[in-house]
Structure formats: structure tokens, C-alpha cells
Design a protein around this ligand. Structure first.
Ligand code: AMP
Ligand code: ZN
Ligand code: FE
Ligand code: FE
Length: 274
């Protein structure tokens, strides 16, 4: 089994790339793809490990780009990404900087509301990775301003609340093109979670090359429909757990979703032909 959707501390997962790879070995997976949100930082650590240890699993370099399509959030996975210092890395660095500035703006707005947290605390929450609102929510809660992270969202930083600041996001077009440009394969992540199903067809028309068919929140009917859609449009079929190391016990567990060896062979062949 290959779990092709795994997060690490490089984005919002709680285990480091090294820990995740060793966990996957232990449970007997054939391979995993590291697919952190908007960063390739985890791949560098993974690369060091691959070069220094004899691993019993394959580690596929990947990424999950968060994009906006109108009011919907669309996540696009990229596989077989190796972009040391290339255009994708540059764009992601710009986004990281932009997120940093946005965090500062949110903190200033919170200050006006009498909520004083500092950027250092937020950065600590983010562990050196990409800064997001969940890290700010944790900092607000830790200072005792709210009882929970959710309350921090509900009162202050959710969309429509007084300290909300939107952030820059890729469009699906840009994400698909960037992935293609660095020699990767773009795959629509968890299509079953997209609010407006007609969007899937529009994303396919933009040139996406695969669909994440196997996903913990997809039911059998959705899976069957997605397989038919993938075959019809000649798209690759992938799957993964979206493991973060957090959340309710048996959901999004490492290795709970993925593709088998044969499907992986087909996916790999497709990628090599490009
Ligand atoms: P950001 O990318 O910094 O805007 O943060 C987005 C993340 O914040 C999402 O992935 C959710 O985990 C979390 N989030 C966004 N809105 C809410 C909300 N209303 N309540 C709780 N968590 C939220
Ligand atoms: Zn995540
Ligand atoms: Fe996602
Ligand atoms: Fe994910």
C-alpha cells in the first residue's frame, strides 16, 4: 500500500518527516508521499534520510497547494516534485513571506481589540513552518483570552470576524502550471470535499492530470463515480490518508487510505513517460 497524502511538521502535521517515514516503515507500507501544504521544506529532510539510511519504503516527493476558486477552496497535490531552488520554491517562499506579513496584520488588529499576543509566540506555535491562523488561535488560547482555539476563531479570526485578514492564494491554474513546470504531476485533492461538484469538471478542463479517488472521507458511491470520471478523462487515480497526526482516533490514520502496488506502478509509469 502506498499512502500518497501525508503531512509533517513542515506544514501542520505533528510528526517530523523522519518520524513519519519511520512510522510508515513500522506499519509495513510500501511507500508514502510527503505532501505538505505550500512548502517543500519537508522534502529536504526526507532527502537527507533517504541518502543516509537504507529505507524499506519509497518516499515520493510531493506538495499540496491550497488554491482559491471563487468562494471554494481547492487543494491541488503535486507529485514527483524535485525543485531545489527553482520557480516553485521561489513562489512558495514569496507566499511564506506574505503569510508572515499577514500574521503581523492580524496581531495588530487583535491588539486594537485588547488581545495582546506577540509574533514570537505565534512563530513558536508554527515551529518554524508556514504560519497560519490555527497557530494564532493557539496563541490566543494559551494566553487565556479564550477557552479554546475554536472560540478564538469564532470571536476574532474567522472570516467575517474583526481580526480576519484574507491571504493570498494560488489560483488552480497557477498551481497546475507550476507543478507541470517543475516536472511534477498535478492531482485534485479530496474532490469529494469540494462544495460545488461542478467545479471538478472545470478543474479537469484546466489540465489536472489525476484525481485523489481514495480518501478517508469519500464513501463508496463517491469513489465509484470518481473512478468513472478518471477513466473517462484519462486521469491518474491516487489516494492517501491526509495524515496530520492529529484529530479523532481512527480518522486520517497513516496508511488508512492509498493505492495498491499495481496502481502505483501505473502511476509511476505515467510519470516517467513525461
Ligand atoms: P489560514 O490558511 O491561515 O487562513 O488558516 C486556515 C486554517 O484555519 C484551516 O485549514 C482550518 O484549519 C482553520 N480554520 C479556518 N476557519 C476556521 C473556523 N471558522 N474555525 C476553526 N478553524 C478554522
Ligand atoms: Zn493540513
Ligand atoms: Fe487538503
Ligand atoms: Fe492534506
Amino acid at each position: 500500500m502506498y499512502d500518497l497524502h501525508v503531512h509533517t511538521t513542515a506544514s501542520d502535521g505533528i510528526y517530523t518527516p523522519v518520524e513519519v517515514i519511520h512510522m510508515a516503515e513500522k506499519i509495513g507500507l510500501r511507500g508514502i508521499a510527503i505532501t505538505d501544504h505550500d512548502t517543500l521544506d519537508g522534502l529536504i529532510t526526507a532527502r537527507h534520510l533517504i541518502d543516509s539510511e537504507l529505507l524499506s519504503i519509497d518516499v515520493i516527493p510531493g506538495v499540496e497547494l491550497n488554491t482559491d476558486y471563487g468562494d471554494d477552496e481547492v487543494h491541488i497535490l503535486g507529485y514527483f516534485i524535485e525543485d531545489n531552488d527553482g520557480i516553485l520554491t521561489k513562489r512558495l517562499d514569496e507566499i511564506k513571506l506574505e503569510r508572515h506579513q499577514r500574521a503581523e496584520r492580524i496581531i495588530r488588529r487583535l491588539e486594537q481589540l485588547g488581545i495582546c499576543i506577540d509574533l514570537g509566540e505565534v512563530k513558536k506555535q508554527a515551529g518554524g513552518g508556514v504560519i497560519g491562523r490555527p497557530h494564532i488561535a493557539r496563541a490566543i488560547r494559551d494566553k487565556g483570552y479564550t477557552a479554546s482555539e475554536q472560540e478564538a476563531f469564532d470571536l476574532y479570526i474567522a472570516r467575517g470576524r474583526p481580526a480576519y485578514v484574507p491571504r493570498y492564494k494560488f489560483t488552480p491554474e497557477e498551481a497546475i502550471h507550476l507543478i507541470k513546470y517543475v516536472g511534477g504531476i498535478s492531482v485534485l485533492a479530496h474532490p469529494g470535499l469540494i462544495g460545488d461538484p461542478s467545479l471538478i469538471g472545470r478543474i479537469i478542463a484546466l489540465g489536472i492530470e489525476g484525481l485523489e479517488v481514495f480518501y478517508p472521507e469519500h464513501n463508496q458511491i463517491q469513489i465509484n463515480k470518481l473512478i468513472v470520471l478518471a477513466r473517462h478523462h484519462n486521469l491518474q487515480i491516487t489516494g492517501g490518508s491526509d495524515f496530520h497526526g492529529t484529530g479523532p482516533e481512527n480518522r486520517n490514520k497513516l496508511g488508512c487510505c492509498g493505492i495498491n502496488d499495481q496502481d502505483m506502478m501505473m502511476f509511476r509509469e505515467f510519470c516517467q513517460q513525461k
